[in-house]
Design a protein around this ligand. Structure first.
Ligand SMILES: NC(=O)C1=CN([C@@H]2O[C@H](COP(=O)(O)OP(=O)(O)OC[C@H]3O[C@@H](n4cnc5c(N)ncnc54)[C@H](O)[C@@H]3O)[C@@H](O)[C@H]2O)C=CC1
Ligand SMILES: O=C(O)C1=N[C@H](C(=O)O)C[C@H](O)C1
Length: 251
């Protein structure tokens, strides 16, 4: 067998990080060499021989982690949400000094969620109306979810490219928040409910019909095949990639 990929996990004590630790330990081609959580120094990984680091931390920490990993010449697979065009731009700039380094930032590693987002952007041009509902556990700190933002951005881009206008909406009077958040012109509604893990519905409406695309993650193991794919592939894809769909052959 060829040499195992040496992996570090950041946020290893968290819900996702601890699940990633188990998945890496169980993968015969991967070797878990470091686990970090809040207070640990990412820069210390520079001389550890770590080849790929996985980040499932918090939106306020992930950019600094990724910049430190790039500086250390370590490829990064990032699931943490909260990225903006500006923070992504800073990662791109930092990568210019490290042309061989790969960074994958994916708002959702569940294959079904990636497919739902892809189908939604393909369908969006054929419907008058589209809205997104995301539903999560109440311990989540950010809203809307990174997945819903990515979904809405993809839908908006597809509709703009096809010359489709905004969804019709006659609302002239509403309580704050009643119509959800506006993400690139697409309404996104966030539910937080004990018992849930991670769920999303994309509603597409036309006169007399509705198409509903729904994805449910019932368990965090649903994200692991995508995370493992990212770990195995990121070293061969230098630069910044946003979205796991770019690592899949979706035609
Ligand atoms: N892309 C995807 O498929 C998924 C993404 N997520 C995202 O992953 C992130 C983490 O989610 P959870 O695991 O549920 O959160 P969590 O709160 O259970 O875990 C976060 C962990 O990061 C640690 N941490 C905080 N600051 C840190 C730092 N500077 N360095 C290292 N560790 C630090 C915390 O102590 C905690 O153990 C969130 O942004 C969430 O939205 C969650 C599920 C799937
Ligand atoms: O916090 C979570 O749990 C999740 N976060 C990601 C997001 O914000 O989209 C991915 C998934 O929805 C679970």
């Amino acid at each position: 067998m060829s040499e195992r990929i040496r992996v570090a996990v950041l946020g290893a004590a968290g819900r996702m990080g601890s699940t990633v630790v188990r998945a890496v330990q169980e993968a015969p081609d991967l070797e878990l060499v470091a686990t970090l959580d809040a207070g640990d120094d990412v820069g210390a990984l520079a001389d550890s021989g770590v080849q790929v680091a996985v980040d499932f931390t918090v939106p306020s920490a992930t950019e600094a982690n990724v910049l430190a990993l790039v500086d250390a010449g370590i490829h990064a697979v990032v699931g943490t949400t909260g990225w903006t065009d500006e923070s992504l731009g800073r990662v791109r700039s930092r990568l210019e000094a490290r042309p061989g380094a790969g960074v994958l930032i994916a708002p959702n590693f569940a294959l079904g969620a990636v497919l739902a987002m892809t189908f939604a952007s393909r369908a969006a041009r054929y419907f008058d109306s589209v809205e997104v509902i995301e539903l999560h556990h109440p311990d989540k700190v950010d809203a809307p979810s990174g997945t819903a933002r990515h979904t809405a951005a993809g839908i908006a881009a597809a509709r703009a490219a096809a010359g489709v206008g905004p969804s019709p909406d006659a609302t002239t009077s509403a309580l704050d928040g009643a119509r959800g958040a506006d993400v690139d012109g697409v309404r996104v509604h966030s539910v937080r409910l004990r018992g849930l893990v991670a769920h999303e519905e994309i509603l597409l409406g036309n006169p007399g019909e509705m198409l509903t695309l729904r994805h449910d993650s019932f368990d965090r193991v649903s994200f692991m095949p995508g995370v493992l794919l990212g770990i195995r592939e990121v070293g061969a894809r230098p630069g910044l990639t946003v979205g796991l769909e770019h690592f899949l052959d979706l035609g």
